[in-house]
Write a protein that binds this ligand. Structure first.
Ligand SMILES: [Zn+2]
Ligand SMILES: [Zn+2]
Ligand SMILES: [Zn+2]
Length: 350
């Protein structure tokens, strides 16, 4: 029995009793709107959208001559200064949208804020950088103490004070210390200074800035909210509408059985009906749940949209049930993937 697609009667979106209609203007308001806290302002939405598109849910720091920066934020908000980007991220941590994780701390130049800083050892007496580590030995016979280097004459050791030849049993190892090649003083610990590779400023630890490097990731609450679909669905709907689809978000269809089924996205163009649900990680129960609805609705495409890639098992299960898993992988947005799937397979029979 070959069933013809008939999108205009059994599941006519416009006459659906539960969903008001599929309007041409904005997103269809969900009946479940109260379940999804409105915690995302437009800037946060842009960030979430970017994360979904790229399939990456972490904001990574970059440490270089520009200091500690967050290039992902800079690319979304080119007008934000680095300080404003950091403020933005910290604000999101305060409102529990993001979690921050302390990765490391780095020395930052007090003059130009570069993190390309290296450390130097200096003589505590004359501040010369020309110091070296020295093994200190004592010539037992005359009591002279000096660095091994000062005893060395070719392959032999000669005492600089008594000029006697020093054999291995005639000296005592005193220890290791630093020695200044400029003023000759010996010291246990050098004075440490820092030099900025960007502006050449030299500064002490007192003057240095010591800054934390954070990595930011989505909080569990935000993940749940994202999986609820607000952000990605709006973007997917926008793409589909641009391509001439009628789109409903969190909309309902009535199946052959007379039962009403809710989908995160319902899209229609010509004789193609696409239904999709949204999940953070694709799970077998999501696939099977969709299959049951698919059986009753009989759409052209049944999709499970995930924020992360399915495992081999889930891939196999989805094939068996005729549910296609789409996930954001950074290359193509989900909306574009759907268009390609639907319009690239015009000849495909259900
Ligand atoms: Zn500097
Ligand atoms: Zn000697
Ligand atoms: Zn010195």
């Amino acid at each position: 029995m070959l069933k013809k697609k008939s999108p205009s009667n059994s599941f006519d979106l416009d006459n659906n009793p539960v969903t008001k209609s599929i309007p041409n203007n904005d997103v269809v308001k969900s009946k479940d709107a109260q379940e999804e806290p409105v915690l995302f302002g437009p800037e946060v939405q842009s960030l979430m959208q970017r994360m979904v598109d790229q399939g990456s849910y972490i904001v990574h720091p970059k440490v270089d001559s520009k200091g500690i920066t967050y290039p992902e934020i800079a690319s979304i908000f080119p007008n934000k200064t680095e300080a404003e980007s950091k403020e933005f991220l910290d604000g999101l941590v305060q409102s529990s949208i993001l979690n921050s994780k302390l990765l490391d701390k780095v020395i930052v130049c007090p003059t130009c804020a570069s993190a390309s800083v290296y450390s130097k050892y200096n003589c505590p007496r004359c501040s010369s950088f020309d110091i070296g580590k020295a093994s200190i030995i004592e010539h037992v016979r005359c009591g002279f103490i000096g660095s091994l280097e000062k005893f060395r004459k070719g392959t032999q050791l000669i005492c600089p004070k008594c000029k006697g030849l020093v054999t291995e049993i005639e000296y005592k190892k005193i220890g290791t210390s630093f020695e200044c090649n400029s003023c000759g003083s010996r010291f246990e610990a050098p004075k440490i200074s820092h030099k900025c590779d960007s502006c050449d400023d030299v500064f002490t630890f007192r003057e240095a800035k010591y800054e934390a490097i954070f990595e930011y990731s989505l909080s569990e609450e935000t993940k749940r909210s994202l999986a609820g679909g607000r952000i990605p669905l709006a973007a997917i709907a926008a793409t589909l509408k641009r391509k001439g689809y009628e789109v409903g978000i969190k909309a309902d269809l009535v199946g052959k059985s007379g039962a009403t089924h809710r989908f995160d996205i319902i899209a229609r163009k010509a004789d193609k009906l696409i239904v999709a649900n949204f999940t953070f990680e694709p799970k077998e129960e999501d696939i099977i749940g969709l299959f049951a609805k698919k059986y009753d609705i009989d759409p052209t495409f049944t999709l499970l949209i995930a924020l992360s890639a399915p495992s081999k098992e889930e891939e196999a299960v989805s094939k068996a049930y005729g549910v296609k898993i789409l996930y954001s992988a950074g290359m193509k947005s989900i909306g574009e993937q759907i268009v390609k799937l639907v319009e690239g397979e015009k000849q495909t029979k259900k």
